[in-house]
Design a protein around this ligand. Structure first.
Ligand code: G3P
Length: 226
């Protein structure tokens, strides 16, 4: 079964259309054979979780306690969400010491989620990061080249060779889903991603920044179902 993750980011539209997008995703998931997951801002997580499969946009790797402004696995469980994105390009696990990606912290976060029965979708920017993350056995690994995020050129069109290599790497070396995202807008992008070996997509602006989100979701689901 292919997966479509709709990342609402912090767009204003998340609060205007967010619950309707969740309703529509729920309906379409039942009939299409594509698993559609929504990832709204924290303040409406509980609302969408009552409607459809929902994941958070991120989580801190700490346990419940004196951590002002942090979000723990326990809070996500309390909100009845299914899991979380981790290490999205706009919210990376970088070390405050050297600015490098903090793989130890990511692994702690993945392990805490797994122990709590939460799914984990970890974003990576390149193959080197993918090689490290696949050892952690998350539910999914999403390749998103940062320069294409929010634009009109899709990752599947712009980087077919890397996408193919990424999907092969994940499939040959792990049980994680190989997902891709960035600039995905329509059916052709979705079809191409499947051709290249992907298990699904992460999409944000293509759905959030249009009034006709239903037809975009339909197109993506059709493309993923080919
Ligand atoms: O997580 C999805 C994302 O970063 C891609 O954003 O706007 O290019 O679909 P967008």
């Amino acid at each position: 079964m292919k997966t479509l993750i709709i990342n609402y980011k912090a767009y204003k539209e998340a609060f205007i259309n967010g619950l309707n997008i969740a309703e529509y995703s729920n309906e379409l998931s039942k009939t299409s054979g594509v698993s559609i997951i929504v990832s709204p801002p924290f303040t409406i997580l509980r609302d969408t979780a009552k409607i459809t499969k929902t994941i958070a946009q991120g989580m801190n790797e700490v346990d419940p306690g004196a951590f002002t402004g942090h979000v723990t696995w326990f809070e996500l469980k309390q909100a009845a969400v299914a899991g979380t994105l981790l290490n999205h390009s706009e919210n990376r696990y970088t070390s405050s010491k050297n600015g490098q990606l903090d793989y130890v912290a990511i692994k702690i976060a993945v392990d805490k989620c797994t122990a709590a029965g939460l799914e984990t979708y970890v974003c990576v920017q390149n193959m080197d990061e993918a090689k490290e993350i696949l050892k952690m056995n998350p539910t999914g690994i999403a390749y998103e080249p940062p320069e294409l995020i929010g634009g009109d050129i899709s990752v599947s069109n712009s980087k077919p060779d890397i996408v193919k290599e990424f999907c092969r790497l994940i499939k040959d070396n792990s049980n994680s889903l190989a997902l891709i995202g960035a600039g995905i807008k329509g059916k052709e992008d979705a079809e191409k991603s499947v051709e290249l070996g992907s298990d699904g997509l992460l999409v944000a602006s293509g759905i959030l920044k249009t009034n006709d989100y239903k037809s975009v979701i339909n197109d993506l689901v059709e493309g993923l179902s080919k």
